[in-house]
Design a protein around this ligand. Structure first.
Ligand code: SF4
Ligand code: SF4
Length: 566
């Protein structure tokens, strides 16, 4: 069955340690007393909380809604009471906190009313929105929202179903394929329709013969073009690009995705979650997780999202010398920063570690430029160059050497004779670059805000000045108009007054004239018709009288304007 397959470069063959946990059926994990449901469940965003402390919730009730493009909904995993919405350590190497809805279980596990998707008159967008509202994300570890991935509905020819599960110790997908192959295929058919693929290829590592058998048996009951292919057990055959390469021969170049070449890839657990969401309206509130390592009872459990990891590990009965817990496999996983972190949708495995089972790594030595890491790298990178640039904090150069194509598979560190923990350096570089980009984005946003504020203030100042100028101009114009109006009024008044004055003057003149005439008429006439001698005497007397009445003539030596003597 391997004939016709392709090979990817690099890869390693570590001990698989699959048998420890793959022998027993999936158990249902007991209900914890309290669930800490993280609002951050999809890869890059958190959901907006819609419940309050004290609120009663039912199983499957929505407690967080998608806020952004990459968001998905979050649901109560059981019925109970919300007793807080608080920061809680998240399952991440950083040990940082994330907001969690804390639900105290009432033990009744009562479901909210739910039903399958109503296909009548439903569009493709309706189906994608349904998946988003059911909180379905990729269960292979990346927790990328499935409705976004399935939303790429053009140009996809092949849907690859990833059942490779190549990391050592992890067996949750193996058990799921053995126990629920029909559900997985039903989900794959839904995804096939959404992406518009013409065929489905299921890739399973050949160290899982029971899973291959179960899936092939289930395919017989379907009508679709589905092929179940056993692939060589070479780590990391389950990496998306590596699996696509092995199954289809397509080499996805740096910076490209499978969808750019007509292939879309989904994990088998994701396909099952899609089926449950569409067929029954069940939101993603639980997942299968492998409990293994230094424990008495390894196996797989179906656990509610938000279950404290301590509760889960306790069920597997860790041995006395257990000293830490790994989240994920030993190649790509990391040590849990705290034991009480809650189960998230992307957690597929918890490994109890002991010093004998996982001895501490030998001290790092200098890189001897042997090139073993480059030969092992499935992403065709130059790990030792990335190491040097990361160590020197030359992040620009690290990016030039395709740091972000590194899938952190750990093959390079696994083969390094100098025991250099190469992946830690790459993670450090990536987190620094992201942090700087975040800082830059924040600084850009602050600068934009500052410039916007300045611009707004300038605009307001300008508008105010314009308003004042307009107001001043209006006032000036109004005053001018008023002055003009007044001027008109006063001109008319002056003319009328002048006319009135003239008339008055004429009247006065006439009156004076009349008075003069009357005076003249009333003057004595006893001098009329006198003899000439008498008249002469009278004239002489009159002249004397006038001379007596006339004012004194000032002396000749007195200046005309001299002050009068007192
Ligand atoms: S395998 Fe280790 S020692 Fe060899 S080149 Fe790579 S980093 Fe250097
Ligand atoms: S961890 Fe990165 S650099 Fe190392 S082998 Fe894997 S892909 Fe290559």
């Amino acid at each position: 069955m391997i004939a016709g397959l392709f090979k990817f470069n690099g890869g390693v063959k570590p001990d698989t340690h699959k048998n420890e946990s793959a022998q027993t059926p999936i158990r249902t994990a007991p209900m914890p007393a309290r669930l800490f449901v993280p609002l951050r469940q999809s890869a890059r965003t958190t959901a907006r909380c819609i419940v309050q402390p004290g609120q009663k919730v039912l199983k499957g009730e929505r407690i967080g809604v998608p806020d952004e493009f990459l968001g998905t909904a979050i649901h109560a995993p059981t019925s109970g009471t919300v007793i807080g919405v608080e920061l809680h350590t998240m399952a991440h190497a950083s040990g940082l906190g994330t907001r969690c809805v804390i639900i105290e279980a009432d033990g009744e596990d009562r479901w909210i009313d739910h039903h399958g998707f109503d296909k009548v008159d439903a569009t493709r967008e309706d189906k994608l929105a349904w998946l988003r509202d059911c909180g379905v994300v990729g269960l292979g570890g990346a927790t990328f929202p499935s409705h976004i991935k399935a939303g790429r509905g053009t140009g996809i020819d092949t849907l690859v179903l990833n059942g490779a599960e190549c990391e050592p110790w992890i067996t949750c997908d193996d058990r799921l394929m053995r126990e629920q192959p029909a559900d997985i295929l039903a989900g794959a058919l839904i995804l096939q329709e959404l992406v518009g693929a013409t065929r489905i290829v299921v890739g399973i590592e050949d160290n899982k013969p029971e899973a291959i058998e179960a899936m092939r048996a289930a395919v017989k009951d379907t009508d679709g073009d589905i092929t179940v292919t056993a692939i060589p057990s070479i780590y990391p055959a389950g990496g998306e690009k590596q699996l696509i390469r092995v199954l289809t021969g397509i080499e996805i170049p740096h910076g490209k995705l499978g969808a750019d070449f007509g292939v879309q890839c989904f994990n088998v657990g994701t396909a099952r979650a899609v089926y449950r969401a569409m067929a029954f309206g069940e939101p993603l509130i639980s997942r299968v997780v492998t409990l293994t390592g230094n424990v008495e009872q390894p196996g797989n459990v179906d656990a509610l999202i938000g279950t404290p990891v301590t509760d889960l590990i306790a069920q597997a009965r860790p041995k006395a010398d257990t000293n830490r817990t790994l989240l994920g496999g030993p190649m790509m996983g990391f040590e849990l920063p705290a034991q009480d972190v809650p189960l998230g949708k992307g957690i597929n495995c918890l490994i109890a570690c002991s010093p004998s089972l996982f001895p501490p790594p030998p001290p790092e030595m200098n890189c001897i430029r042997c090139g073993a890491c480059a030969r092992a790298c499935p992403a065709d990178l130059q790990p030792f160059e990335l190491y040097w640039f990361s160590r020197a904090k030359n992040f620009g150069k690290a990016q030039e050497y395709h740091l972000f194509d590194c899938i952190e598979c750990g093959c390079c560190a696994y083969v390094c004779p100098s025991h250099i923990r190469l992946v830690d350096y790459y993670r450090f570089s990536k987190s620094e670059i992201w942090a700087r980009e975040r800082e830059k984005a924040a600084a850009d946003a602050a600068r934009d805000r500052f410039e916007f504020r300045n611009e707004r203030q300038e605009r307001e100042k300008r508008e105010k000045a314009e308003r004042l100028a307009a107001k001043a101009a209006a006032t000036k114009a109004k005053l001018a108009e008023e002055a003009k109006a007044k001027e008109g009024e006063s001109g008319a008044d002056t003319g009328a007054k002048a006319g009135e004055d003239d008339a008055k003057a004429a009247l006065i003149k006439a009156a004076l004239e009349r008075a003069k005439q009357q005076k003249a008429q009333v003057q004595a006439k006893n001098t009329d018709n006198l003899p000439p001698g008498v008249e002469a005497q009278i004239a002489e007397a009159e002249a004397r009288r006038q001379a007596e009445l006339a004012p004194e003539v000032p002396a000749q030596d007195t200046p005309p304007d001299a002050p009068e003597k007192q």
